[in-house]
Design a binder for this molecule. Structure first.
Ligand SMILES: NC(=O)c1ccc[n+]([C@@H]2O[C@H](COP(=O)([O-])OP(=O)(O)OC[C@H]3O[C@@H](n4cnc5c(N)ncnc54)[C@H](O)[C@@H]3O)[C@@H](O)[C@H]2O)c1
Length: 268
């Protein structure tokens, strides 16, 4: 079965200094791809690139700010120089900015426009739009590529409190489908993965108390998850390799794969 072999591919993973992007970068490298770790966090990004290289796989770290198009352009040039032209793009920059969250002290009516915009900037512009304009456009010119965006269960059904994040992630799904259609005849496929709940820096405070015990919110999540557990980042690897590989998913575009322990399949 060589349909999951990525040894002719160069993958750019934005946000690979983080929990989910990092695990997906490891998986793509394991499947043979040369992997560029892009993140603005230097230490975490370098550590991830080293961990991959230590396993005998190809990886480089390039610092990049997904919100800054000039920085993405420079990173693109560096990746092309060091590894070759990217054929896979995984967009794993994103997260909930608590400043735009509804809390006991902050009602929906009192959300600030600035905080709202910051969530959309991070999750939609840095999370999908700017990297697709930079890397996706070059893939279109070369006629080959696979883009994988990271949505969220809150893109499908809005979670309580994280209102701006949910709306921005819904837009991620929508933009994924727009681009899928736009680039379908140009050799570039655009799909998304919807992760359920995976403990990581951006949501730890919502899920766990200082002593490590689950918050009422984490308990509610587990009660609503048929598998009664949260995910491990490595459980995203199968989906990302499938979507990255033209041989495995050549007729798949505009799709969303849920890796959520059944969260979105459950009502009562
Ligand atoms: N962890 C979860 O449960 C979960 C669930 C659903 C969706 N997601 C989504 O998956 C993606 C990854 O989440 P994670 O849990 O790995 O988060 P994380 O915070 O561990 O990783 C995000 C990474 O992005 C980097 N980053 C942030 N802004 C950046 C910028 N402007 N330029 C470059 N790098 C930047 C951070 O330095 C960090 O390394 C996000 O889009 C998140 O919304 C996560």
């Amino acid at each position: 079965m060589d349909i999951f072999d990525l040894s002719n591919e160069i993958a750019v993973v934005l946000g690979a200094g983080g929990a989910l992007g990092g695990a997906m970068a490891e998986g793509l490298a394991e499947a043979g791809a040369g992997v560029a770790i892009l993140d603005f966090a230097v230490e975490r990004g370098q550590a991830r690139a080293k961990s991959i290289a230590d396993k005998g796989r190809r990886a480089v770290f390039v610092q990049a700010n997904a919100l800054d198009r000039a920085s993405l352009r420079a990173a693109h040039e560096a990746v092309t120089r060091e590894l070759g032209a990217p054929t896979i793009l995984v967009n794993a920059v994103g997260g909930n900015d608590p400043a735009a969250q509804v809390t006991e002290d902050r009602s929906f009516e009192n959300l600030s426009a600035e905080a709202w915009r910051a969530n959309f900037d991070l999750n939609l512009c840095g999370g999908v739009l700017f990297p697709c304009q930079e890397f996706g456009a070059a893939m279109v010119k070369r006629g080959r590529g696979s883009i994988i965006n990271i949505a969220s269960v809150s893109a499908h059904i809005p979670l309580s409190r994280v209102v701006a994040y949910s709306a921005a992630k819904a837009a991620v799904l929508n933009l994924t489908r727009f681009l899928a259609r736009e680039w379908a005849t140009k050799g570039v496929r655009v799909n998304s993965i919807t992760p359920g709940f995976f403990p990581a820096d951006q949501n730890r405070r919502l899920l766990f108390n200082a002593d490590g015990s689950p918050t009422p919110r984490a308990k509610a999540i587990l009660d609503h998850t048929p598998m009664r557990r949260m995910g491990e980042p490595s459980e995203l690897i199968g989906a990302v390799i499938f979507l990255a590989s033209d041989k495995a998913s050549g007729f798949v575009t505009g799709a969303d794969i849920r890796v959520d322990g059944g969260f979105l399949a459950q009502t009562i």
